[in-house]
Structures are given as structure tokens and as C-alpha cells.
Design a binder for this molecule. Structure first.
Ligand code: LLP
Length: 438
């Protein structure tokens, strides 16, 4: 049994997270329920912050809030000294509403809208990470209209293959993100920004993908980034202020995953960048990273109720949970794997393979396939699925008009709601019946 550092088994044989009995949490808040352990979030933030401060005089950690964008979570990560990376108007709005200082926020996105750019410029956020030529046009126009300047970093696509699921690779040649590095587009973008009176050329960015266990691709990336910066220096006599290496540091979901200490990645980025900068006589810029999953993933656990069991002889046993692809779409979308336990019977041997199904009307709506559960698993038992902090709540939806579940923050025996469960009224709120149908 793999228990995260905040997890224990209490005298009733129940799973506890940071001192909170998960069966009690189910009674108090209902299920499905996202549970986030505050101490784990904080300790992950500290690990990154400490490592960046150790290796760089000018290092920055920007939390990739697409992993979990929620006001309370943003308060926690920024109180640990991290900035916030947002990728939409909704995420930016949430961050501003949470009181995050705009100079700690950067805006990503491969298809930014005018509204999003206006929001970024009006609020004078730290920088916009530009992704295409039409976007540069739009930023220029918006800034001109508002008579405001903004920092612009350009995202490059250097054709790095990280051997991960196709859907989470973001720097291959055939990919929608960034300016091509080898076809001269990235350089062209630099020239455009450099000519502008409204865009201040700030830095270079690349995010190569997600759930990466091997540090080598970051060395390759560092080479591309510094080469590109040197090209700009040699040809245009401009120095960039920031090299941003994106996120992607892998975490544990099952025993098939062997995540490395995050410091290993940072150490290698540091060594490569320092060597190359020294060799090329390039002044050390700000170096930043954007971890998302590695901050919040293992801090999250989802609790479910067992609504029913269905044994199909010689095939498999399905356990009907009250969750599904409306609150965790990753299994259906990527074939993601999870570790699950019967939180109400932790001391019983988990030796019967059970597949935990969602309640949506799709055969592929599964939480996990073939996971060991106690022989005695029965209706109203509680199931805990681990490592659900990243990209679960943030990818939640209302398929089959299921409400997005509540999220609670636990810490040293206390629990606090940080996102309310949607109500049916909320779900139907935007529906309109035109008069002629009434
Ligand atoms: N920076 C940029 C520009 C990104 O696009 C991403 C993630 C990150 C940072 C953070 O990556 P992380 O450290 O979380 O791996 N929905 C997928 C993951 C998509 C990741 C998208 N970009 C999943 O559930 O696995």
C-alpha cells in the first residue's frame, strides 16, 4: 500500500488525510469529493522554491494554475512565494479576484481572445507569453488603444519529443503551440516585438510536455533556448531578460511511475544554462519554471461512495461509483492510471480485482480498471482515488448534467470547503426557453 505522507489509517481502519477521517468527510460533505491536503501543497511549493533559490540568483517559480485554478489554492501557492501562470480569461479573473498581485501573473494560450489580452494589458500583468503572429498584431492594437505597454515573451517550438502520451506533448514540430524555432518564425517574432513601441521583448519560453520523468529533454531545451538567445544577441544586439522552461515534472500515480526529486531537473537546467551562458558570454537572465501537476497532483484525493457492484462471471467485477468523467476525465481521455483504496476498510487485504466505473452513460467512463479492493467491498463503502489534485477539478464538466463536486482543504485535522458542489439550479441556470416554446 502506497500512502502519501499526509495519509494514515486510524483505529477504525479508515483512511485519514492530514488527520481528517475520509469516511467522516464523506458524511459531512457528500461524494464525490475532492480533498486537497494543504501541507503537501505547501511542501511541494517549498521544494521548488528552495531548489530554484539554491541554483539561481534570479529564479522564479510560476504555478501552472491550469492544473487546479481555485482562489484558495492560489492564495496558498502565492503565500509560498510562487507566481501564477494562467491560460485563459477565466483563470486570470480568478487570480485577480483572489487578490493575486498582477505583477505575479503571466498569461499563456495558443488562441488568446481580444478580451483576454485587454484584461492582461489593463491589469498590467507581469507578461504575456505570445504564441503566434496574429496574436502579436492583436497585442499591439490593444496596447495602442489603451496606451499601455506590456512585456512579451515568445514561446518557441523546438521539436522535442518527450515520449509521453501524444495529447500532452507540446514542443513537437507538428503541434499547435509556439513559434517554430527552425523555420525562422521565432526569430521573425522577435523582430516584430523589437520594432513595437508597445510590446517590450522580455524572454523566451518553451513547455515541452507533461508527466516527464527523464531530465535529459530539459538539457536539450536549455541548448535550444540559449542558442536562440545568442542568435538574437549576435544579430540584433538584444539581451533577453528571462528564460522560461515550462513545467512537466512527473509525479506518482501508480507504482509504474518513478518520479525523481524535482531538484534533479533544476540542477541540470542550471548547469546547462550556466555553462552555455558562460561559454557565449551571455549575462545570466531570470530563469523560471512552471510546475503544475508536481505542485498539486499528489496533494489531491477523490472520495467516492460505492453505489453498487456488478459481477460479470469470468469477465470482471464493476464497482459503481458516484463519480465519473464529469469529475475525472483523464482515464477516459488518456487511459490514465490511478491507485485506489477502500478508504472505509483500509486494514482489509485488497486482493480482489475490481474496476471502478463512473455513472456517466458511456462504457469508457471509468475511474480505474482492475484495481485491488477488499473481498468484502459493498454498497456504501468509501473509495479513495489518489493523486487527483491536478487536471481533475480543472477538467471537470457537466456531462449528463452531473454537478461538479465540492472541494475541501484539509490540514491537521481540520477541513474547509474551498469550492462548493454545483447545484442542479446552477446547472440549469443558463438554459433559456424561447417564448414560442412556452
Ligand atoms: N506551462 C505550460 C505552458 C503548460 O502548457 C503546462 C501544461 C504547464 C506549464 C504545466 O505542466 P505540468 O507541470 O502540470 O505537467 N490535462 C493533461 C495535462 C495537460 C498539460 C497542459 N500544459 C493531463 O491531465 O495530464
Amino acid at each position: 500500500m502506497h500512502l502519501n505522507s499526509s495519509m494514515e489509517i486510524n483505529e477504525k481502519g479508515h483512511l485519514t488525510i492530514s488527520g481528517c477521517d475520509t469516511v467522516e468527510l464523506k458524511k459531512q460533505y457528500g461524494t464525490p469529493l475532492y480533498v486537497i491536503d494543504e501541507n503537501t501543497v505547501r511542501s511541494n511549493c517549498k521544494k521548488f522554491k528552495t531548489a530554484m533559490d539554491k541554483y539561481f540568483d534570479n529564479g522564479r517559480v510560476m504555478y501552472a494554475s491550469k492544473a487546479l485554478n481555485n482562489k484558495a489554492i492560489l492564495k496558498i501557492v502565492t503565500s509560498e512565494g510562487l507566481g501564477v501562470d494562467v491560460v485563459s480569461g477565466g483563470e486570470l479573473y480568478t487570480a485577480l479576484q483572489a487578490g493575486i498581485s498582477p505583477d505575479k501573473i503571466e498569461l499563456h494560450g495558443n488562441s488568446k481572445t481580444e478580451e483576454e489580452i485587454i484584461m492582461a494589458v489593463e491589469n498590467q500583468i507581469y507578461c504575456i507569453i505570445a504564441d503566434g503572429f496574429d496574436e502579436l498584431d492583436l497585442i499591439e492594437k490593444v496596447c495602442q488603444r489603451l496606451n499601455k505597454k506590456i512585456n512579451v515573451t515568445i514561446r518557441i517550438r523546438p521539436n522535442i519529443d518527450i515520449h509521453a502520451h501524444e495529447a500532452i506533448q507540446t514542443a513537437k514540430m507538428d503541434c499547435k503551440f509556439g513559434f517554430g524555432l527552425f523555420d525562422g518564425q521565432a526569430f521573425e517574432a522577435v523582430k516584430i516585438i523589437n520594432k513595437s513601441n508597445f510590446m517590450a521583448l522580455h524572454g523566451v519560453h518553451c513547455h515541452i510536455g507533461s508527466q516527464i520523468f527523464d531530465e535529459q529533454p530539459f538539457e536539450e531545451l536549455a541548448n535550444h533556448i540559449v542558442d536562440f538567445a545568442c542568435d538574437i544577441k549576435n544579430n540584433l544586439n538584444i539581451l533577453l531578460d528571462e528564460f522560461n522552461f515550462g513545467g512537466g515534472f512527473g509525479v506518482w500515480y501508480t507504482d509504474e511511475d518513478s518520479p525523481k526529486d524535482f531538484e534533479v531537473f533544476i540542477k541540470l537546467i542550471n548547469k546547462t544554462v550556466i555553462d552555455l551562458c558562460n561559454k557565449n558570454n551571455y549575462p545570466m537572465p531570470i530563469v523560471s519554471i512552471e510546475p503544475g501537476r508536481s505542485i498539486i497532483g499528489e496533494a489531491g484525493t477523490t472520495l467516492y461512495n460505492v453505489n453498487g457492484l456488478k459481477e460479470i462471471k469470468d469477465v470482471r467485477t464493476y464497482c459503481m461509483s458516484d463519480g465519473g468523467m464529469f469529475e475525472n476525465i483523464r482515464t477516459a481521455l488518456y487511459g490514465a492510471k490511478y491507485t485506489a483504496y477502500c478508504a472505509s476498510k483500509m486494514n482489509e487485504k485488497h486482493n480482489k480485482l475490481v474496476s471502478i466505473a463512473g455513472k456517466c452513460c458511456e462504457s469508457g467512463d471509468m475511474i480505474t480498471w482492475d484495481t485491488p479492493m477488499p473481498e468484502s467491498l459493498q454498497v456504501n463503502d468509501t473509495i479513495a482515488v489518489l493523486t487527483t489534485g491536478a487536471y481533475n477539478y480543472s477538467m471537470a464538466n457537466n456531462y449528463n448534467r452531473n454537478p461538479v463536486p465540492a472541494m475541501v482543504l484539509v490540514k491537521n485535522g481540520e477541513s474547509h470547503i474551498i469550492a462548493k458542489r454545483q447545484t442542479y439550479e446552477y446547472i440549469a441556470l443558463n438554459d433559456v426557453i424561447p417564448d414560442y416554446l412556452k
